[in-house]
Design a binder for this molecule. Structure first.
Ligand code: PLP
Length: 356
């Protein structure tokens, strides 16, 4: 049986040639061979993140770097921008790490309004602003450029961006926007297996870490920095995943970032058009729709579980709605290395189901 093709918002499909990298023999993580591998990764990670900042490699999923970002960059209080499940959870993580949090909220399906961020920053002193760029629960792509412009007016506030389901699928010019921490996970638009998280960290963020207490150890930026200087990670890294990252970075950069973003946009457009032509509505407001995941309102009242079972029989998977929106929405992801032709296939199979 061929593996199920995943149109779910992570983990995404990993191409067989990338998967094969996982079977390469181990090397010691304090060996010269490892340092060469690590050193080779840095410049290409910087190209991927469009930054001159260092990019840390963390043996964790993205959630670990949520903790890292708040533990290192927030002295006492942060502003969390919340318009979906992941924004809400990052806020919970900040508070679980002993930080105070104020929030700017928008209804699920709506984008964060930059002017609301400005209003709160005018009256509240915060150490950082935490934004989920692409809300995987709702399919909303928040207006990063406009929000970054607002945050830049408040020099004490660092900008922390969760690009877990957007980096590699949407344009995020980290340096141009002045993002202090941009974090992502391997299992989304980078089309790698889960288990790695990556973050670009600015000099400003590193200077902040020096004055913040209780940073812990595993996610302490200063420890990451110390080992980066030796082309090493502080703890034993998942070497197999780094082989895959090494290989996949070449594939991503060979495609070209602009071409990759265009491919994601094209896939999103195909899914949006398909949904609207069949009388479904889209959950995310117009003008703020994600290039990596489309959330469809189940306005036709279809049995989403029966659709998923039908697709499974065709060797494909899509996702149910998130949390409270299970059944009333469904999610079709189009991220990573998927192609428009593969997206057309899952939609054709969905059409077969709708005609039954
Ligand atoms: N942020 C966003 C936007 C996500 O979609 C997810 C997971 O789906 C996370 C954070 C959590 O990432 P991880 O599962 O890699 O810890």
């Amino acid at each position: 049986m061929p593996p199920t093709r995943l149109f779910i918002p992570g983990p995404t499909e990993v191409r067989p040639e990338v998967l094969r990298q996982l079977t390469r023999p181990m090397i010691g993580h304090r060996s010269a061979e490892f340092s060469q591998l690590f050193q080779r990764l840095q410049p290409r990670l910087q190209r991927l993140f469009q930054t001159r900042d260092r990019v840390y490699i963390s043996t964790s999923s993205g959630t670990g770097l949520w903790e890292a970002a708040v533990r290192n960059c927030v002295r006492s209080r942060c502003l969390n921008l919340v318009n979906g499940a992941f924004g809400e959870r990052w806020r919970r993580v900040a508070m679980a790490n002993g930080k105070q949090s104020v929030a700017v909220e928008a209804e699920w399906g709506q984008a964060i309004r930059p002017e609301h961020v400005g209003e709160v920053l005018e009256r509240e002193a915060v150490d950082a602003v935490a934004l989920v760029h692409n809300e995987t629960s709702t399919g909303v792509l928040n207006p990063l450029e406009e929000i970054a412009e607002v945050v830049r007016r408040f020099p004490e506030a660092l900008l922390l961006v969760d690009a877990v389901s957007s980096l590699g699928g949407a344009d995020i010019p980290v340096d141009d926007l002045g993002i202090d921490v941009c974090l992502t996970s391997s299992q989304k638009a980078l089309a790698l297996p889960p288990g790695l998280a990556l973050a670009s960290v600015s000099d400003r963020a590193l200077a902040r870490a020096q004055e913040v207490e209780n940073r812990g150890y595993y996610f302490d930026f200063l420890v990451f920095e110390e080992y980066l200087a030796r082309n090493q990670t502080p703890t034993t890294p998942p070497i197999s995943l780094l082989y895959a990252l090494d290989y996949q970075l070449d594939r991503i950069l060979a495609e070209g970032l602009t071409a990759r973003f265009r491919r994601h946009q094209a896939m999103a457009q195909i899914v949006c058009n398909w949904a609207e032509e069949r009388g479904f509505e889209l959950f995310a407001e117009q003008g703020h729709r994600s290039p990596t995941v489309t959330v469809v309102r189940n306005t036709q009242g279809i049995d989403v579980h029966a659709l998923q079972a039908h697709l499974k029989g065709c060797g494909m998977a899509i996702a149910d709605g998130y949390g409270p929106f299970k059944g009333s929405t469904f999610r079709i992801a189009h991220m990573g290395d998927l192609t428009p032709a593969e997206v057309e296939e899952v939609l054709a199979a969905t059409d077969d189901f709708l005609r039954r």
